[in-house]
Design a protein around this ligand. Structure first.
Ligand code: ADP
Ligand code: MG
Length: 466
């Protein structure tokens, strides 16, 4: 590739930071980064206005980290965010960016969690604090947070904070920071209140806007280094933490496919396997169940999954890395269809690291690396997997019996008197049909259909996998 990293490399950043950014997939700046980063790193106050998804976090994250003295155990960067979710995301991003620096401590200060643990974290010495106005105020009032050493104050999503009525809290927080700090203000829109915030709390701010261009590829890729013996466990942990409604899990071999399916089932997932050893009928049923949202994970080999077209697939998980880079691209392309965003997780052990390098070389962009140590920021890995939302009924009648979707829908909503909303995907094949219904009514729907008639005829109906 040409010198794509030259912009980032031209900034006063440590080589280790640039290396980390490469690993995270930050090769070229987004417009707002190009417009704001140099001044942000030079210590200038900024008002940065750019739409959601334009990459504003990196600007203030790098500026915050650049100003830290890691030997000083005091909060030197404070990021104020409107919501807890956002604060957690921002903190996770700052932790990722600072992972090359052994001892950077970032704490999250938000409501919804006991204040004691946060106070203890602060007492142990944190360099960066990310939080919501209410909880930050709480800490200030209790004296558990000192802002005397802050040299970077960030107001993220300032427009939303104003909407939420945080103006006064922000004022008090800003006044608790030293006057000679740098203040960075980020906003997706530019409502009136922003000027007032800027006038009161910034010094000669530079205003930067950026044209629309989304930074984000529609696929959020993350590759996790693992040990081979932890592969199945890590797959289950990630699926629990991210909890996609449906995930397509790829394996290189049938053997692994079978073993992983069994493992995931034991872990409580509604997992199905799809590989070349299945009979046509089994394959059909498996696909009907997954397509109808009657299973949450489909564990498949590449060959078996050919031609599979499932809309709105939230996640793809590569349980192992394919030898052919094109297969990787093909696999992850199963998610994020039709303008949706999607998640592509990959597990690679030492031996597979070279395969990831090959994928990167082939397509010319990095596969962003992630660490299983960050799993907490993705979600709760201790939860029970969610059951699938739908149950799938198999009807022993199909095109040959001139059955149409409307007949199946009619039988469920008419005689059997279920609401239309409880009925999902209907698939009519040659000899059989599948209909998805809300899980909670699946057993009852099976019973009523078996007792009643579809299109004036009695047909046999069976609930699959219940
Ligand atoms: P904003 O805060 O402006 O809404 P974010 O900072 O959350 O946007 O960034 C949106 C997404 O874009 C994130 O997934 C982030 O990792 C990604 N991203 C940001 N900068 C870059 C870049 N230079 N190259 C590739 N991806 C980027
Ligand atoms: Mg943002």
């Amino acid at each position: 590739m040409p010198d794509a990293a030259s912009f980032f490399a031209s900034l006063p950043l440590k080589p280790s930071t640039i290396e980390t950014m490469k690993q995270l997939g930050y090769l070229e700046p987004t417009p707002i980064q190009e417009a704001a980063l140099r001044d942000a790193l030079a210590g200038r106050d900024l008002i940065a206005e750019a739409e959601t998804g334009s990459g504003k976090t990196l600007v203030f994250a790098l500026a915050s980290l650049a100003n830290l003295n890691r030997r000083r155990f005091a909060v030197q960067a404070l990021v104020v965010c409107p919501t807890r979710e956002l604060a957690e995301q921002v903190a996770a991003e700052i932790r990722r960016l600072s992972r090359a620096e052994q001892n950077t401590k970032t704490v999250v200060l938000c409501g919804g969690v006991p204040i004691k643990g946060q106070s203890a974290n602060l007492a142990h010495g944190a360099h960066v604090a990310v939080g919501t106005p209410g909880r930050i105020m709480d800490h200030l009032e209790r004296g558990t947070l000192s802002l005397d050493a802050v040299n970077t104050l960030v107001l993220d999503e300032a427009d939303r904070m104003l909407d939420m009525g945080f103006y006064d809290d922000i004022g008090r927080i800003a006044e608790s920071c030293p006057a000679d700090r740098q203040t960075l203000l980020f906003s997706a829109t530019y409502p009136e209140g922003i000027d007032e915030l800027a006038r009161r709390f910034q010094r000669d701010p530079l205003k930067v806007c950026a044209e629309k261009r989304r930074a984000q590829s529609a696929i959020d890729e993350r590759a996790f280094p693992i040990r081979d013996e932890d592969r199945f466990e890590t797959a289950a942990r990630l699926l629990k933490a991210f909890s996609p409604e449906r995930a397509l899990v790829f394996c290189n071999t049938r053997q692994r496919c079978r073993e992983l399916t069994a493992y995931l089932r034991d872990a409580g997932f509604a997992a199905l396997e799809l590989h070349g050893e299945l009979e046509q009928k089994e394959r059909e049923q498996t696909l009907a169940r997954f397509a109808g949202r009657g299973a949450t994970a489909l564990v498949a080999t590449d060959v078996a999954s050919r031609g599979l077209d499932i809309e709105k697939l939230e996640a793809v998980l590569n349980a192992d890395i394919p030898g052919d880079p094109e297969v990787y691209t093909h696999r992850i392309g199963r998610t994020a269809r039709a303008g949706e965003t999607g998640l592509a997780l990959s597990l690679f052990d030492e031996g597979e690291a070279a395969l990831i390098d090959r994928i990167e070389a082939a397509r010319g962009t990095p596969v962003p690396r992630a660490s299983i140590d960050e799993i907490e920021s993705y979600g709760d890995e201790d939860r029970q997997p969610d059951p699938p939302p739908m149950g799938i009924l198999m009807i022993y009648g199909g095109k040959r019996d001139k059955l149409r979707p409307a007949d199946v829908l009619g039988a469920l909503t008419g005689e059997a008197s279920f609401p239309k909303e409880a009925v999902g995907k209907i698939q009519i094949l040659d000899d059989v049909s599948y209909v998805a219904v809300d899980r909670s009514i699946a057993a009852e729907a099976e019973r009523r259909l078996n007792e009643g008639k579809i299109k004036g005829r009695r047909v046999r109906v069976r609930a699959l996998g219940m």
